[in-house]
Design a protein. Structure first.
Length: 153
């Protein structure tokens, strides 16, 4: 009798687990969704002179700097604030030194558009940030917004 209950339980658990829906991540669909969200953010916040980089990210030079521009292999020192589209700040640092080769792709590309003493706003689609992964307090598929001051490189 007990064996019969275990068999029934096994069949029920197996049947219920087979009903679990699995979603396949569609990077192209997410990129379209991110682009629409970024454009809406730009319009809502009345941002001007925003440039759409061929990579898919957007940026706005707030304050031009001087000198040469860093490259993808440069080591830079920046001050920054990172937030989500809803305004939630997820990170901030007054002085952060890093190689542009070891940060999210949006930083690697975006920071090559600003030089010493400059300030830039980066609007980074999720595919150039953390993608469909959760990173600390950053949800999966999040557009990232960074205001970055280039201190030195």
């Amino acid at each position: 009798m007990m064996k019969k209950y275990f068999v029934i339980l096994f069949v029920l658990v197996g049947g219920l687990s087979a009903c679990k829906k699995t979603t396949v991540f569609d990077a192209n669909a997410q990129a379209v969704k991110d682009d629409a969200a970024i454009q809406a953010y730009i319009a809502t916040n009345k941002l001007t002179n925003v440039i759409h980089d061929p990579s898919g990210m957007y940026y706005q030079i707030i304050t031009p700097g001087t000198g040469i521009y860093p490259t993808a292999g440069s080591t830079v020192t920046v001050g920054y604030t990172g937030k989500l589209l809803d305004g939630t700040v997820f990170d901030s640092n007054a002085s952060f030194t890093t190689s542009l080769g070891s940060v999210v792709r949006g930083w690697t590309i975006g920071l090559q558009h600003i030089n010493k003493g400059g300030r830039i706003l980066l609007l980074i689609p999720s595919g150039m940030g953390y993608g469909d992964n959760v990173s600390g307090s950053i949800p999966a598929d999040s557009v990232l917004i960074f205001t970055i001051d280039m201190i030195s490189y």
